[in-house]
Write a protein of this length. Structure first.
Length: 489
């Protein structure tokens, strides 16, 4: 007889009780004091609702923002054609980038073989806008109108020099995969404000420029429970695939099916104790509740004529950037904690003059409309809007400058993003690059600092929001990061 079949053995008892010594001690460590405190802070904690929802988390301190809409410009828009005005580059066009400026910086394989690095200024005009006097390119006339609502950060920098590590780093705080994304960390730390919607939603769109792909590891839950993974919305008429009941089935049928499935999963959980089984039950129940909330929420035709005019006619075309901006507002307004929008097409290694205006045209109107829409609804103060890519673009030319089909290569040493609402100072510019737009000369902001700051705005201390995995505690900022106090209102 094996020890597992021996009723006097430890293995037999563990199998019957579905518990191990480690599991028992871990559960015991919770203590009655934690239970009592939880019941006081979260009254619904022990109501055991039918949906098996997780309780909403608590911030570490009073937050300045309740939710985030991140308009990620995938492919890295050129800061020199958008918000970082450098007239010296126009004056020195065609001249070689001084070695004292470059300082031996590592180059990508796309320009490392170039014999020369001729400087090139912006083909497009810049003007100052608003009381803040922010410099904005003529490519973004609508964003220029909201300049006094924006905090421009012109001193972002990263170590990653190619798209995939830079994308992954910007989204997860690590250049390697299998780390939770920002939205997953927010879901883990704070939960959702609406029990009928996920805490983290993802929207995809594609512009008219050269695109870099996006992939699900950018909105992964990593080693967190899968309930924290981003829910991707489709670009089709059916915004969440497979949410509808099959033909010939109704809600009552779906309810009976889920009840039977839950019963089977509960038996499975009692047998193996895998917490992912409980997560699976929660996800099925969330999908059931979303059947009633999502169709109405994603029906943009019910918006007023003034809103449609504000965002532009494209907002009624599913999958466009404008439609996703409007949907992001609706999701955020409904209580989704983190809405991530990825817009592809910013990888202008060539034809900067031809492609950049098309990309800007795709995003300019709807981006400004989103900020103005939130503001007129009284939601901007509690909603942090972020706009930017994974790194910047070089001040020297890639391609033939004389033919005006030039582009710009990757530049991790300095780039620009901007934020609005959600506790950041409006109408300011933070950080500064040199007159060549190459090196940061004031107030550098690393990606880890950026992550620490957005967590802070949401009421989370970046060093305290941790998760133990494989013997060490992980966090979004890894072992670095500091809050950028200079941009916080």
């Amino acid at each position: 007889m094996s020890r597992r079949d021996d009723p006097m053995s430890k293995e037999f008892l563990e199998q019957r009780l579905h518990i191990t010594r480690r599991h028992f001690l871990g559960k015991l460590g919770l203590g009655l004091g934690s239970v009592a405190l939880g019941s006081l802070l979260i009254p619904d904690l022990f109501t055991a609702p039918e949906s098996l929802q997780q309780p909403i988390g608590l911030p570490h301190f009073a937050p300045k923002a309740k939710r985030i809409i991140y308009l990620f410009q995938n492919g890295a828009p050129s800061q020199l054609e958008s918000f970082d005005y450098k007239p010296l580059l126009n004056k020195m066009a065609g001249e070689e980038l001084p070695a004292s400026v470059r300082m031996g910086q590592r180059l990508t394989g796309m320009t490392s073989g170039q014999a020369k690095f001729p400087l090139v200024g912006s083909y497009f005009k810049f003007n100052q806008y608003g009381k803040s006097g922010a410099w904005v390119s003529e490519l973004f006339p609508n964003i220029a109108k909201i300049a006094d609502d924006i905090c421009f950060v012109k001193s972002m920098h990263t170590e990653a020099i190619n798209h995939d590590p830079a994308l992954t780093f910007m989204q997860t705080g690590a250049q390697q995969g299998n780390r939770p994304s920002m939205g997953a960390w927010m879901s883990y730390g704070l939960g959702s404000e609406n029990k009928n919607l996920p805490a983290f939603c993802v929207l995809l769109s594609r512009g008219r420029g050269n695109g870099q792909g996006v992939y699900s590891k950018l909105w992964t839950n990593g080693f967190l429970d899968s309930v924290h993974q981003g829910v991707q919305f489709s670009s089709s008429e059916e915004r969440v695939l497979y949410l509808k009941d099959p033909e010939g089935r109704d809600r009552a049928d779906r309810r009976r099916m889920l009840d039977q499935l839950t019963a089977l999963n509960e038996l499975n959980y009692q047998e193996f104790g895998d917490p992912e089984i409980q997560t699976r039950i929660q996800q099925y129940e969330m999908a059931y509740r979303m059947q009633t909330t999502v169709p109405d929420l994603t029906d943009l035709s019910k918006e007023s004529d003034s809103i449609i005019k504000m965002y532009g006619a494209d907002c009624l075309v599913p999958g466009t950037y404008a439609a996703n901006c409007l949907l992001a507002r609706k999701l955020s307004e409904a209580g989704v904690r983190f809405v991530q929008l990825y817009h592809q097409g910013w990888d202008q290694h060539g034809n900067m003059v031809g492609e950049m205006p098309l990309q800007a045209q795709d995003v300019d109107r709807a981006t400004a409309a989103l900020v103005m829409d939130l503001k007129q609804r009284g939601l901007l103060d509690e909603t942090l809007v972020i706009w930017g890519g994974e790194f910047g673009r070089t001040n020297y030319c890639q391609g033939d400058l004389s033919k005006e089909n030039y582009g710009r290569d990757h530049h991790p040493r300095s780039y620009t993003i901007w934020m609005a609402g959600g506790g950041v100072k409006p109408g300011i510019t933070y950080g500064e690059t040199d007159e060549f737009g190459y090196n940061i000369v004031r107030d550098p902001v690393h990606v880890n600092d950026f992550h620490a700051t957005i967590l802070h705005l949401m009421g989370l201390h970046h060093e305290q929001l941790t998760y133990k995995h494989l013997g060490r505690r992980y966090r979004l900022t890894d072992v670095a990061g500091k809050v950028v106090d200079g941009i916080i209102a």
